[in-house]
Write a protein that binds this ligand. Structure first.
Ligand SMILES: O=C(CO)[C@H](O)[C@H](O)COP(=O)(O)O
Ligand SMILES: [Co+2]
Length: 213
């Protein structure tokens, strides 16, 4: 299991310190939540702060867009050379075109599914994706309770993934911790995002290691 702590739960007064700390603690990716106050009822960070995160990070960035104008934000963050940019299928009229655009920028394209969106919604896009991110909370805030019905969805997604594009990663985001990580691994998750679980722990390395099932 790869681990991507979400900096949404970091101390923003000491952001560079916290980003360095999770990288030193052995995380695989740094998960960055970008919210525009329109697609979700919360507003987070733009390119000025994300570039400060990129500067402090010694691990690749995993940018999770929760925005209305995906192409605008992809172009805004592309110069930071993240490993992944993920966008919500619920907010994109031309997802196939946007996947190609992200790839043309040298970035791995990923799609996010909200809790109500079936795995089958991306069946004909899976062959072009490097990752699918399954939301296990409603997007917008850290520290929410895990929605257990996503476990069944991950199993369906894994079956599709294994048939269509075995290289494509499955990532989970929201309410993840040591209590549910084994079930998620068993269902087919490859990468877990964890915000409040990691940043709320006394020791980041112990918390990250506890997710490596
Ligand atoms: O995308 C997100 C919220 O929309 C965050 O990545 C997610 O909520 C992580 O926080 P936590 O692990 O505390 O649930
Ligand atoms: Co996220």
């Amino acid at each position: 299991m790869l681990v991507a702590p979400s900096v949404l739960s970091a101390d923003f007064g000491n952001l560079a310190r916290d980003v360095r700390a999770i990288c030193d603690a052995g995380c695989d990716l740094v998960h960055v939540d970008v919210m525009d106050g329109h697609f979700v009822p919360n507003l987070t960070i733009g390119p000025v702060v994300v570039s400060a995160i990129a500067k402090a990070a010694t691990k690749p960035l995993d940018i999770h867009l929760m925005v209305q104008n995906n192409t605008f934000f992809v172009d805004l963050f592309a110069p930071l050379k993240p490993e992944y940019i993920s966008f919500h299928i619920e907010e994109e009229k031309n997802p196939h075109r946007l996947i190609q655009h992200i790839r043309s920028l040298g970035i791995k394209p990923a799609i996010v599914l909200n809790p109500h969106t079936p795995a089958e919604a991306i069946e004909y896009l899976l062959g072009d994706l490097d990752m699918v991110l399954v939301m296990s909370v409603n997007p917008g805030f850290g520290g929410q309770k895990f929605i257990p019905t996503v476990v069944e969805k991950i199993k369906r997604l894994k079956a599709l993934r294994d048939r269509i594009n075995p290289e494509c990663m499955i990532e989970i985001d929201g309410g993840v911790g040591s209590s549910n990580i084994a079930v998620l691994k068993e269902a087919g998750v490859d990468i877990c995002v964890a915000g409040s679980y990691v940043f709320g722990a006394d020791d980041y390395k112990t918390a990250i290691d506890s997710l490596r099932v």
